[in-house]
Design a protein around this ligand. Sequence first.
Ligand code: WT7
Length: 649
Amino acid sequence: MSDAIKSTLSEDRKFEPNAEFSKAASFGSAEAFEAEYRRSIDDAENWWAEQAKSLIPWMKPFTKTLQWERPYAKWFVDGETNASWICVDQHLKTDRKDKVAILFEGEPGDVRKLTYAKLHAEICKAANALEAMGLMKGDRVAIYMPMVPEAAIAMLACARLGCPHNVVFGGFSADSLRDRINDAECAAVITSDGGFRRGKPLALKAQVDEALAEGRCPSVKKVLVLQRTKQDVTMEAGRDHWWHDTVDKASAEHKAQPMEAEHPLFLLYTSGSTGKPKGIQHSTAGYMVGTTLSSRHVFDLKEDDVYWCTADVGWITGHSYIVYGPLSNGATVLMYEGAPNTPDWGRFWDIVERHKVTVFYTAPTAIRAFIKAGDEFPNGRDLSSLRLLGSVGEPINPEAWMWYHTVIGKERCPIVDTWWQTETGAIMITPMPGVTSTKPGSATRPFLGIDAEVLLEDGTPAKANEGGYLVVKRPWPSMLRTIWGDNARYEKTYWNRYDGQVYFAGDSCRKDEDGYFWIMGRVDDVLNVSGHRLGTAEIESALVQHEAVAEAAVVGRPDDLKGQAVVAFVTVKTGVEVTDALKKELRDFVGQQIGALAKPDDIKMAEALPKTRSGKIMRRLLKDIAAGRELTGDITTLEDKSILDKLRS
Ligand code: WT7
């Protein structure tokens, strides 16, 4: 283990901005940033209007900045633009035409460089092919792809036509894919035969076939299939079309259609504390303003940067910070298909060295895995091209932050720990590189235009260092517009907590004496496993679908590598024998139902679950048991106390 972690560090350690970096940063000084921040809050509408006019091109200018009918926001409502046109067409009139837009590295080592001109041509071809298949503005399109340039091309082709995309992470199962297709009533699916992961071709088209089988996705009329791995697939005549037979043969000219500012750009499903995943709906213009602004300032993008965000396009991080934000800024975006440990744990550093990556954005779970793998991997590579590091997805523990700072950043690169969510569309709390002094483990302070606060249960602001709920007090352009088809759930989940007055993020947080935010984690039944968001309710409902299972309760357990591990407490039906084979079967069953990322790390077979007299499972106790902690809090409402001893033994 590296010295950086062994050293004992108190969390009040503070790192001043690197003076060399500050010279060329977006904001030269803390005062300059502070003044801009104040204006962005005190004169919010005018400030956002200025941003919207200068950051993105418009097909029809807007005259109205914000229409706020609590809790529904419309931004720039009478304006028109097109996200695909913003991301590519605007650069074609400049020197960026021949600049590399997407620098792709496949897991097997194949490298492709797509200039903005080439990317534009590919998007136009895909848009023409989709149109020829009968897709029209407003039709939803599911995208289930590996991390290859065509995933971004498919998204931008949909945006060009005004077809909201619904990207489903390739690690989700056929059942999860089907649920997401059906909830959004998608007219088409864009997929690939498969992708390369840990040296193996993974199958995607086969999963699509399973999802669509027996007419179980009645809305889907067409499936477009990219050939990536060349594995055998079955093609259904009339429904399925090869990318190389359609897209590759289509015209490379396509005029982007003007979209109303509020036209939904995409839906992205994410887990909540109850029920099925919800379709988070994002707009066109507001989302583009938020992602363009944050990419530019938070990542300090400069013309010659090679920017690499290691997320998958299946998550919001991939949407906002692989595709829309960086491309809108005309950046060179590196895209890597595979696993961080293929062929070994040095792969990322090898990529950084060979492609001279300058800005690198990853998740704490990856950082912790690198720490465990050993410093010899990064130390064996030339990382001198790096100038800025980012972290996202979960709280970064100070030890991981220090390792990132010393071993990767060589104490030279600013670290931006960015807090945000699928719902917020863009980064909300983050240091400004070159400006904000950083403290390991804190996302520091709200970004421009973001009025964040920590509130107590009763709605009063928490005092310094007092824990409370993280909220946002005013609307911001890239905020979610609603949950697809379910306004009631939108209101209930995000707004009812404080009478519709503020956006409730679902995270607990404290603000220290310097006004720095320390995110403590979810307050609801949402887990964060390796930076992936999972609902305990989803995993429970998968488990109880198994014939052997009577009841299931799922909780998170702190985990050094994953942040949280999934622990399932399961009772079986009478007569079922509890064996290790059954446990394995249940894990695999969850994998099939949801996806491998949701497989419980630990299944604890129980005779009964601890319940209140009114029959409610006492999850709080299960969390303590899972973590091997002393039981906390009141247990007087527990119906049968002997259950606890049995569970602990
Ligand atoms: C939840 C949102 C937004 C990109 C990826 C996750 C947690 C996210 C941080 C951070 C502490 C963080 C929160 C949040 N989270 N970033 N920098 N520090 N916690 O998006 O899947 O919508 O999850 O991730 O708990 O609510 P998501």
